[in-house]
Design a protein around this ligand. Sequence first.
Ligand code: FEO
Length: 400
Amino acid sequence: MECTREVTEDIYWVGGNDRRLGLFENIHPVPDGVSYNSYLISDEKTCLMDTCDWAVGQRFIENVEAALNGRKLDVLVVDHMEPDHAATLNEILLRWPDVEIYCTMMASRMYGQYGYKGLENLHTVCEGDTLSLGRHELVFYLAPMVHWPEVMVSFDKTTGILFSADAFGTFGALNGALFADEMEIDDEWFAEARRYYGNICGKYGMQVQNLLAKASKMEGLSMICPLHGPVWRKDLDKFIEKYDKWSKYEPEEKGVLICYASMYGHTENCAEVLASELIQAGVTNVKLCDVSGTHVSYLISDVFKYSNIALFSVTYNMGVFPKMKDFIHDMQALNLQNRTITILENGTWAPQSKDLMTSMLEEMQGMSVMEEKITVMSNASDDQREAICKMAEDIKATLE
Ligand code: FEO
């Protein structure tokens, strides 16, 4: 049964929701599911904006057929070739083999690689090219690396709608509500949007900045239709400002994220003491995370939020504890910058993690590793407790 939503009088959401997927990209947990958005413009020519993941294929085709209401599909715009948006392309071509397909030059190369049909009807577009559908006129803007190199976004000059590809997407299925103003956009919602941003686009801050610069010149921008998550038709600035901050690698909030890797609880104890001292000193924006029990995608969401990060790790096989090492490696891979870092290491006979973590962090741009680091040998001594109290004071000073 079809389940479409009207975006405007002649544009329809025809996507699907996947609530069975365990791991997005087979790596990021999506406990609240994910939506694959596709939009159908019903003009003199009918035009489909991207397709969907295979997982929602049946619903997607039913939705497209319902929105077409007996008409044929004339145009398919492929803003993004990643299979969560293009996997059902051949299903579209089976039903509407004459559809004219528009994508970037880079996407056209990937098109053959994936074995999609319809190469004879493929048109490549460049920056600023336009396509008239009748009343609606689409303008194409290249958005390389947001989040693959072939990405473009499409701006409908007639309505001011930006079809933004992965940009402005988020995890989470759409549960009846399509528009952001139909759902509760609270801190929890933004944490998931940040988790999506950090893990999917976080590495490409400069490219996201380029896209934001282009978007700022789109006259009459009235709505953002991403490929995942809700459509924004009100308070666009609220989300654009977040994107601007995240893509400049500016912390969203002054606060302290304490991440610890602890085998038997002694390092965790140090992390708890630091959290307690900070809160007693008046620094209340503190979050404590066990890197072993928290999927790294959530840690990444948090490092894009907080100004200060405390990393407390045991030594393991003469190296940094694997979960902590993976976490720092992810921060490096995603190009995180401009954070103040505090380090504590633990090791019963040969602590190593302090220097190893420091050298990993010093390879990253704009990371300020605080001079005073602490070495604990098993259980923290009274002197080491005092050093943690001093660490709390030093962190507080950086927040003022
Ligand atoms: Fe939602 Fe980059 O694919």
